[in-house]
Design a protein around this ligand. Structure first.
Ligand code: GLA
Length: 385
């Protein structure tokens, strides 16, 4: 981490010609279980990972905000008073969207000082590890401190979500920003997406001789278009037809009635959400009573549900999951929004290289591009470095 922090401070100086006031960072996340449940007001169990986005910030004495980054050629510049979602373009919509969204949550954008921002990241983009939430959360904690807003972390998560929804245009839920802001070393964030109450749940992977392997298929996804929004619409349709505010209000015992009321596709979408909510609760209970060796069956069942009922997996994700399972993983599933991105496998430490070799071999055999595999650990959430 200190390397990238130094790089960010140096990058800031090179572009803006002065030292930053401070450096803040926020992690990407892996979702252990609870997929597409967040916008159905259900339960999720993500954790923050040891890959972070770092932002260096300098204050200005006017009302201008500038953003630059190692991954973009241009410096974007706009007056805070002029910020509206429709004026934001490209990657700068993430940090500038957060500045705008803070205004929606009470910051007086006509009165706060302008800022210069410089951003770098070690969260892979497009892998389903929430590189966008990492940018939003890092910028949110930095601006919250410098603008002396004192907003609680739960509110900063909603700020990031609003930026994502309105400035970026992706109709995503609250999970990713919550994980990035609330994460803790060796813990997952058990979040009730209706009340926004959360509890930290100890993972204990290392103590049990386990590691969490990420298999980034390299198949890129985009939640601003297509499948993600269609799944969300199906869930809303299902809830409306069942006469409930959200699918959170449907239980496994209600599924026979749901089958009678809904068309087959909507029923399967609903069944995924309903059973996935239950699997999150089961996973939390298993972690607390028996430890991480006991959660494999829920991870595996979650993948089957996403593959067959919610239909958000792709052949590369299925192959990664099946190969990990066949080579000693405790459990495996795709993680994140789907249609590409990464799978996760909970793996005995001594079996990591065997699984990596098997996955590389299986991908080559199927003519798929080589995946990138790496382990992640549960890490602390956003903060000042
Ligand atoms: C994306 C979204 C989240 C969540 C997941 C699916 O990561 O950003 O809000 O809906 O997909 O669980």
């Amino acid at each position: 981490m200190s390397d990238i922090r130094d790089e960010v401070a140096a990058g800031f100086e090179e572009i803006y010609g002065s030292s930053p006031l401070g450096v803040w960072s926020a992690p990407g996340r892996v979702n252990l279980i609870g997929e597409h449940t967040d916008y159905n007001q259900g339960f999720v169990l993500p954790f923050a990972i040891n890959r972070r986005t770092v932002v260096a910030l300098g204050a200005r004495d006017d009302g201008i905000v500038r953003v630059a980054s190692a991954f973009a050629d241009e410096v974007a510049e706009i007056a805070l008073a002029d910020l509206t979602p429709d004026r934001l373009r490209d990657w700068s919509a993430y940090p500038l969207g957060v500045a705008w969204a803070l205004g929606q949550f009470g910051a007086d954008l006509g009165a706060v000082p302008g800022v210069d921002l410089y951003i770098e990241s070690t969260v892979p983009v497009g892998a389903g590890l929430s590189s966008s939430a990492a940018i939003e959360s890092a910028v949110a904690v930095a601006l919250d401190e410098v603008w002396r807003l004192g907003l609680p972390r739960e509110t900063l998560a909603r700020v990031g979500q609003l930026a994502e929804n309105k400035a970026v245009g992706a109709p995503t839920g609250i999970m990713d920003q919550s994980a990035s802001l609330l994460g803790r070393h060796d813990h997952a964030v058990f979040l009730d997406c209706r009340s926004l109450e959360s509890e930290l749940v100890e993972l204990g992977f290392a103590a049990a001789g386990l590691e969490l392997l990420v298999i980034d298929t390299g198949v890129s996804h985009d939640h601003a278009t297509g499948g993600y929004a269609a799944r969300r619409a199906s869930c809303e349709k299902g809830a409306a037809l069942l006469g409930v505010p959200a699918l959170r209000d449907v239980t496994v015992d209600d599924l026979p009635r749901a089958r009678a009321v809904l068309d087959d596709e909507t029923f399967r979408r609903v069944r995924h959400i309903v059973t996935e909510n239950q699997r999150v609760l089961d996973t939390v209970r298993a972690l607390r009573t028996d430890g991480p060796l006991a959660i494999g069956e829920y991870l595996d069942a979650s993948h089957v549900s996403m593959r067959d009922d919610f239909e958000i997996s792709v052949p590369e994700l299925d192959l990664a999951v099946e190969t990990a399972q066949a080579n000693g993983a405790i459990g495996a599933r795709m993680t994140g929004g789907g249609f590409g991105g990464a799978a996760i496998a909970l793996v005995p430490s001594e079996g990591i290289s065997r699984i990596q070799v098997a996955i590389d071999g299986a991908f080559a055999e199927h003519g798929f591009g080589q995946p990138t595999t790496f382990t992640v650990t549960a890490s602390d959430g956003a903060g000042r470095d």
